[in-house]
Design a protein around this ligand. Sequence first.
Ligand code: MN
Length: 236
Amino acid sequence: MTDHPNDRRDFVKTAALAAAVLAVKDAGFPAIAKGAFPMILPPLPWADNALEPFISKNTIGFHYGKHHKTYFDNLNGMVAGKPEADMDLVSIVKSSAGKADKAAMFNNSAQVWNHTFYWNSLRPKGDAKMPKEIAGKIDASFAGGYEGFKKEFSDAAMGQFGSGWAWLVADGGKLKVVKTPNAETPLTTAATPLLTLDVWEHAYYLDYQNRRKDYVAAVIDNLLNWDFAEKNLPKG
Ligand code: MN
């Protein structure tokens, strides 16, 4: 039955999807091109068990496979037939920010972006050596250098009441730590996001229950992707 019209159509569809997956992988984050909707959910940058024992495969399965995917599916449903269908993800986040009639568009698009940024902010435990440029900026920006950064980042993650995010950003030539509630993101500000930590309960509850502090410490000490932070530094 290989010459059945439906088979042919399925093959073309599958081939196109495979090409889209490759394009996303090759271009790196945040490779979501203009007019990319309906697009594919960007793949995880590592295997779902790669962050163990600090973040379990079970947590990644729900967090990526359910939470992130739901924001993505909601957004795809929402942009259909709207001008946003021809916009790239970052433009959708920025153009819907702060608009009461676009709250759902903002929440879902920002959460798609924030989560993709979060996955890339983490990497399996390995050689934790910090690249030179970001190491210099950390030393220049925080009293106490890396230990000062650690304390501020941890305080932001712990101090975010309820759901939200802790961020390391570049702003006016210096690095800063900020926190945002819910889907809010520094993407809509003058600052450049470098790294983020998801402190919504779904990010840690299966592994740490109410112990947000243990999750925050485990990620800071073992999983932050400093190569990604270095790549995000504004050039020039
Ligand atoms: Mn999350």
